[in-house]
Design a protein. Structure first.
Length: 65
């Protein structure tokens, strides 16, 4: 389905996630969409064997008009 998303590069940080979520929500509202179901994160690159500076996380919001 249709999603609004953003990518976070770097360590897991609550301030960074808050900013990403707020930015996506602002975009959704400004562009006439609404959140269709719960957002979710995809951890593309991370874990104990990866330097936190190299983490890559995608944040998705399912949306609809």
């Amino acid at each position: 389905g249709l999603h609004a998303y953003s990518t976070l590069a770097g360590p897991y940080d609550s301030d960074a996630f808050t900013a990403i979520y707020a930015g996506i929500m602002q975009w959704i509202e400004e562009n006439g969409y609404h959140v269709a179901s719960s957002p979710f994160d995809v951890y593309v690159k991370g874990g104990p064997e990866v330097d936190p500076q190299d983490y890559l996380t995608e944040v998705y919001f399912p949306i609809a008009k």
